[in-house]
Each structure stands twice: as C-alpha cells, then as structure tokens.
Design a protein around this ligand. Structure first.
Ligand SMILES: [Zn+2]
Length: 332
C-alpha cells in the first residue's frame, strides 16, 4: 500500500465523482499543483470514503483556474485519502481501519501509510492544512481545531463561527499535522449539502489569496466536547417519540434540530419505558448521566441547560458509536 503522486492536476480529475477516484488514480493519491508562491497549502479529503463534499468542492475550486488556464496564487497539495472506500460509498472498507484514526504510531500497514505521508508533509513545510469532512447526522457546517493558538483559530474562523475544540480522538489527521503548521477540519453537514459545498469553495478561494497570519482575528466562540452520549448495551431505540413498551428510548423525531443550540432545562429528549437514562461519559469514561438527565414520569428530560452536537438519527451510527455529544464554551 502506498501513495500515488501526481504532478499537477490531470484533466480526468474533473470528469469523475468520488466513486471513480480509485479507478482513475489507483489508490490513495497526492496531487502537487505548482502556484506562483511556492510554500503550499495542503487540502485533504475522502479520508472517509462516503464524505464527498470536500472532493466536489476541490473540483469546483480548481476548475476555475483550470478553465481559465490560470496559475494558482500559491502551490497546493491535494490529498485523497481512501479512494477504495469512496468507490463503495463507505466510511472505510470492512477490512480497513478508519483512515482518520491512523495518524499516530502503530503497527499496521495503514499506520505505515500515514507515517510515510507525515514525513513528506514535514518536508513540504506547508503554510496550513485543511481536512474536509461531512457528518452523519444533520449538523450545520462548522470548523474544528485541536489547538487554540491565534493562527489556527483564524484559519478555522474564516470558515465558520462558533468553532469546536477537539483533542480526542488524538489519532486524527488534523492533530498529526498540527505539529507542523496550523491545521483545521471543516465539517460540512451531511454529504450533498450544496450550501456547505459552496462555502468550502469560497473558503478555499479566499484562503489561497492570503496567508494564515493575514487573516482577520477570530472573535467568535469556541466550544469543546465534555461528554459522549451512549445508548446502554442491548437497549431498543427509535426516533418516533412515542411510548412503546417494547422500546427503551423513543427519542424525539426532531432531535437533530437540537445540534449546536442551547437546550433549556426540562427539554424532553425521549419517551422511556423504565427508570434508566442513557449513558453520559466524560473524558475519563465516568458515567455522569445523573448530572444531565432525569426521568419525569415517562420522559427523559435535560436536568440542566446543555449545548449538544452531532445528534444523529441513524440507528446504525447511534448503536455502534454515539447518540451525540455535549459541549461547553472554552475560555480563550
Ligand atoms: Zn469524516
């Protein structure tokens, strides 16, 4: 397994969708596009094969220069992380690890692949890295940072406010590359969100004309995740919001609307058929659900004001990963 390097951007890049990247470019791909200024920006996407907004945004962004035979103001390195998974519209293939969890020391061939690219990235001496993703739940677009220095906040703030500060999981591309330069993740809602796609194109256009230090100061808020919400093992769930003796947690159907909003004390999250609430796990894996939820008659309600994110109504995602997260404002 290796990276396939390309000089410039081949014309067939503009004629395919993420489904065709594997066939056209053989595997994990790196495109080196020379601009007037040499020190590059790195734009990566498809680390998760089914998160397609970044690919389409890069196509649209580069098309402008390609169609008009213009040289980019600055060099750009494009990374397409997992074309094999993209060909199957999957986050990753069954026999692969998650490609955004391999960017630390490890023994697998995939860790080796990541390490090879990290060595190269250090040599490229990039001005900044931007990794583009989608979320599985219906979230607004937002920017993530793993550091809170001025340049990183400016780089992410150019995309959106508020920002999310995340340090876990630490094996993500953003954290690894943040050792070399300001590095951010752009989360663009669900794949297919055209407004988010266009805002990425605008973001890339604005960024390429400047340097992170010349971006405007970031004055918005930064939130961090304080807990993960998990469904107890073996519990039955749905998103209908009705009492059902067979269903342990019947979450309100409009649960995704709570994402990135202040939720008041007393807000109903689910109809329940027992006395148990869901698990609320802090960074040390302590269950702190008593602080956040209580059962009032047949409903599970917020015991205090909260700021949730990433609520998803995909039963598969919720059962295998998390229902969502709770956040709080970070003092800068
Ligand atoms: Zn992703």
């Amino acid at each position: 397994m290796r990276w396939y390097n390309y000089d410039g951007i081949p014309s067939n890049f503009f004629q395919i969708t993420p489904l065709g990247v594997e066939k056209e470019f053989k595997g994990p791909s790196v495109f080196h596009i020379k601009g007037r200024e040499e020190r590059p920006f790195i734009f990566s996407t498809l680390l998760h094969g089914n998160e397609t907004t970044g690919f389409f945004a890069l196509q649209k962004f580069l098309e402008y220069y390609w169609d008009n035979e213009l040289t980019l103001p600055r060099s750009v390195i494009i990374i397409l992380g997992n074309p094999a998974a993209a060909a199957k519209s999957k986050r990753h293939l069954d026999d692969q690890p998650d490609f955004n969890r391999i960017w630390t020391k490890g023994e697998t061939p995939w860790h080796k692949l990541a390490e090879d690219l990290m060595t190269k990235i250090e040599e490229y001496n990039p001005l900044a890295c931007v990794d583009i993703h989608n979320t599985s739940g219906k979230n607004p677009k937002y920017g993530c940072v793993s550091k809170k220095d001025d340049l990183t906040l400016k780089l992410a703030g150019l995309f959106h406010s508020p920002l999310i500060y995340v340090t876990e999981p630490s094996e993500v591309f953003m954290s690894a590359t943040s050792k070399f330069c300001p590095s951010v993740t752009l989360e663009c809602g669900k794949p297919g969100d055209l407004e988010a796609l266009n805002s990425v194109v605008e973001y890339l256009k604005d960024l390429i004309e400047t340097k992170p230090e010349h971006l405007p100061e970031y004055n918005g808020d930064v939130y961090k995740t304080i807990a993960r919400l998990k469904i107890p093992q073996g519990a039955w769930i749905d998103f209908i919001g009705k009492n059902d003796p067979e269903v342990n947690f019947s979450f309100i159907p409009q649960i995704e609307k709570l994402n990135f909003n202040t939720v008041p004390k007393g807000q109903v999250l689910a109809k329940v058929n027992g006395k148990n609430v869901i698990e609320v796990l802090d960074d040390n894996n302590n269950n702190i659900s008593d602080q956040y939820f209580e059962i009032v008659e047949d409903q599970m309600v917020f015991k205090k004001e909260a700021f949730p994110s990433m609520f998803s109504t995909s039963i598969e995602v919720v059962k295998s990963d998390v229902l969502g997260y709770l956040m709080e404002k970070v003092e800068l």
